[in-house]
Design a protein around this ligand. Structure first.
Ligand code: ADP
Ligand code: MG
Length: 381
């Protein structure tokens, strides 16, 4: 069934006002949409570029309803938003992304169980509610393992690596001291990490972006290289799995699938039913960005071409690397695009503050850029 058509000139209400909302708002305004966001931080990254911002907590139901009343369509940009609020909004307002896939992606246990049930390859895992489970889990999974909070984790937060049995007591302490449920995963010896972003419209049509290769530092995305340096077989397998997942969840909007590449094949790490950091390259390197694509999907417009216009390398700018990168902006060539998200204050070292997008012409140049930013995550001259 085709969804509603929401034409430019209409208002898009965004739940959340971080950088994903900001980039979505910029793309939406280019097309002539009006944007209002809901976020507790005054003058938040999205609020700075939107027509208006409602300053309120993301679990403030009355404020969310005020946003909904002023909007023709609602979207969420923030994954850890209270799913009960999204459920309530979708009952009375137009929220085509819907709450279901969000509720699954928010919870690592549901996410892994559903993906496994649907036949997608996931990392071996066990659910850990208490120390007894942790004992059984470590016996089953072995070392090394990664203990992760089932909910609320992002950018590597809420994770603990158990390298050997000596780490058990620290993990047990964590399990005991937090009122959380955890998953214990096998720590995979991966050769690479890749991700694929897919857009799907209500009627079922899909558009898939080129596979990107992701390099993490301390569990945070640091560099994305596109096209990914993987075999055509791996590439088509990743695309096939991603399309399958979007279809399984009857996705409307944009979804990213993160994969671990191992010598034995691909494993799905996690999914995110929204634009993704590894897709920021699409703003400058693809005909249609992931943000425009989200708007197209929820507004019932035809999905745009995902064609890669140039090979590229994306470098994340974190709180720790921002000063050095700012200092070096005058030295950048015209092949570099600068994106800063307008976050206020003295940033935490691991806070995502912006990104750079380098247009590259050949693998040698790609390697050079990676090396430049690899050593200490800063601009190495
Ligand atoms: P987040 O929600 O914080 O992105 P992820 O589960 O994607 O959490 O973990 C962040 C990064 O940590 C991954 O991209 C990967 O580099 C590393 N990592 C997480 N789990 C594993 C694992 N089971 N084996 C190997 N590396 C892992
Ligand atoms: Mg991740």
């Amino acid at each position: 069934m085709p969804g509603k058509i929401i034409l430019p000139g209409s208002t898009i209400g965004i739940l959340g006002g971080g950088q994903l909302g900001r980039m979505t708002a910029i793309e939406g305004r280019k097309m002539g949409y009006r944007i209002i966001c809901l976020d507790p931080t005054p003058d938040c990254p999205c609020g700075q570029v939107a027509d208006d911002q409602i300053v309120a907590a993301l679990d403030d139901v009355a404020a969310a309803i005020r946003l909904a009343e002023r909007s023709d369509v609602l979207i969420y940009e923030f994954e850890n938003i209270d799913v009960r609020l999204v459920e309530e909004l979708e009952r009375s307002y137009y929220l085509p992304q819907k709450s279901h896939v969000l509720s699954v992606a928010q919870n690592r246990i549901l996410e892994k169980q559903q993906l496994e049930k649907a036949g997608f390859p996931v990392v071996p895992f066990v659910i850990v509610r208490n120390i007894e489970d942790l004992k059984i889990g470590t016996a089953q999974i072995g070392y090394p393992g990664v203990l992760k909070t089932a909910t609320g984790g992002y950018d590597g937060k809420g994770q603990f690596v158990l390298n050997n049995p000596q780490d058990f007591s620290k993990a047990a302490e964590l399990v005991q001291s937090h009122d959380n449920i955890w998953v214990l995963e096998k720590k995979i010896s991966l050769t690479q990490e890749i991700s694929v972003i897919v857009a799907r419209e209500e009627a079922g049509g899909m558009a898939v972006y080129p596979v990107s290769e992701n390099i993490h530092r301390e569990n945070i995305l640091h560099i994305t290289v596109v096209p990914a340096r993987i075999s055509p077989q791996r590439e088509s397998m990743a695309v096939e799995i991603t399309r399958g997942i979007a279809q399984y969840f009857k996705l409307v909007g944009v979804l990213a699938v993160e994969f671990f590449v191992t010598p034995q094949g691909l494993l799905v790490n996690e999914i995110a039913p929204r634009p993704h950091n590894s897709g920021h390259y699409t703003l400058d390197a693809c005909f249609t960005s992931q943000f425009e694509q989200l708007i197209r999907a929820v507004c019932g417009l035809p999905l745009g071409s995902t064609q890669l216009m140039t090979p590229a390398v994306m470098i994340n700018i974190l709180g720790s690397t921002l000063p050095k990168i700012l200092e070096n902006i005058p030295n950048f060539s015209g092949d570099v695009k600068i994106h800063l998200y307008g976050k206020h204050g003295n940033p935490a070292p691991k806070r995502k503050m912006g990104h750079l997008l380098f247009k590259t012409d050949c693998p040698v140049q790609t390697d050079k850029i990676i090396k430049k930013f690899w050593d200490d995550g800063q601009w190495v001259t």
